[in-house]
Design a protein around this ligand. Structure first.
Ligand code: PLP
Length: 368
């Protein structure tokens, strides 16, 4: 039985008429860059995140970069984040001219360990970027408490967490700014590149909107140095259609995750992901841990099951960040995750039959 890692075509087929119609409307109104379809989506997405404002931008990476730029993070500043994320989190910090400073994660949640946070703060620290990895939010309460005490901004990297919750509060709504990716494979994915920033601050909203449009207050009058960070009209229209289905899709992912976990929890050699007490996990990625990862992945591939590793090399061990001099052993929990995790197929349309098959292949592999 073939089990793909994700299946964007199945999702399109279920809503094809609506999507086609939305795209046609953008073309008919030639609202290709920014415009009414992006504004409409911004309003809907702000409401979804229980935030006052949302700003549609070009990608999740750009969302992070614009958030930092709006906080005037630059040369000489430090920004604290975690080493087990997609590299974009650190790149955004570097591209502002600031220095990423890593703190290790809690091995169980795989998100920023608040216990280690305070020791990483220096007089140069300007902001903290917790990453809501795999669709589970970081432990925000202690992070916010430490940030407030030290007068630091908090930017949530919610690029994998559209609709995730922390004690009932949606991802993006707790920090000063929340950044989202609408890369096609994310829980809310565009039909191309797109991203978004949410905030409750009118001032930050205005500033990011200015930066994203070349620092213009009125056309061709540039109050500040900005950038082109606008979202495509077609992406805004597609995202508006898909946002209506997101809660249902997240529920389906949770149901799939619960079935996986119930089937896998009796297998000693495999540890399913843990949903923390404070969290509502939306399983962008369903990652299990095993000491025998590479042979297990080979056994799954042999049966037509596609898996992934998120992420095989922590950021501090990437060649791009070698210059920082943080060698192996610097962040043991993140490094252990990188060695042991494997992401199983996860998407809303995954069938119970497919999940049983994946679990059975794992069981057979682990019992020989
Ligand atoms: C996807 C992702 C990003 C970057 O988003 P893009 O839209 O691909 O630029 C940043 N951080 C995390 C945690 C991500 O998963």
């Amino acid at each position: 039985m073939k089990v793909p890692f994700l299946d964007l075509k199945a999702q399109y087929d279920a809503i094809a008429d609506e999507i086609d119609d939305a795209i046609r409307q953008v073309i008919e109104r030639t609202a290709f860059s920014g415009g009414p379809f992006v504004s409409a989506f911004e309003e809907q997405f702000a409401a979804f995140c229980q935030c006052k404002y949302a700003i549609g931008v070009g990608s999740g990476t750009e969302a992070l970069w614009l958030a930092l730029a709006a906080l005037d993070v630059g040369q000489g500043d430090e920004v604290i984040t975690v080493p087990n994320s997609f590299i974009a989190t650190a790149e955004a910090i570097s591209f502002c001219g600031a220095k990423p400073v890593f703190v290790d994660v809690n091995g169980e949640s795989q998100t920023m360990d608040p216990v280690l946070l305070e020791a990483a703060i220096t007089e140069r620290t300007k902001a903290i970027i917790p990453v809501h990895l795999f669709g589970q939010m970081a432990d925000m309460e202690p992070i916010m408490e430490i940030a407030r005490r030290h007068n630091l901004f908090v930017i949530e990297d919610a690029c994998q967490a559209h609709g995730a919750e922390y004690k009932g509060r949606p991802a993006g709504s707790i920090g000063d700014l929340g950044c989202f990716s609408f890369y096609p494979g994310k829980n809310l994915g565009a039909y191309g590149e797109a991203g978004g920033v949410v905030t409750n601050s009118g001032e930050l909203n205005d500033k990011i909107k200015m930066i994203r449009d070349h620092g213009q207050s009125t056309k061709y009058h540039h109050a500040m140095i900005g950038w082109n960070g606008r979202m495509d009209g077609i992406q805004g229209a597609v995202l508006s259609v898909k946002l209506k289905y997101l809660a249902g899709w997240n529920d389906a992912r949770r149901k799939n995750a619960h079935l996986y976990t119930s089937l896998l929890s009796t297998i000693d050699a495999v540890t399913p992901p843990r949903e923390m007490d404070y969290a509502r996990h939306i399983y962008h990625v369903y990652a299990v841990k095993t000491r025998n990862r590479d042979p297990l992945m080979a056994a799954l591939a042999e049966q037509g099951i596609s898996c992934g590793i998120h992420y095989p090399v922590p950021i501090h061990l990437q060649n791009a960040y070698k210059y920082m001099g943080a060698g192996k052993g610097s962040f043991p929990a993140a490094e252990k995750c990188a060695e042991e995790i494997v992401s199983l197929p996860m998407f809303p349309e995954l069938t119970d039959e497919q999940i049983h098959f994946v679990a059975e292949v794992i069981r057979r592999f682990c019992s020989v």
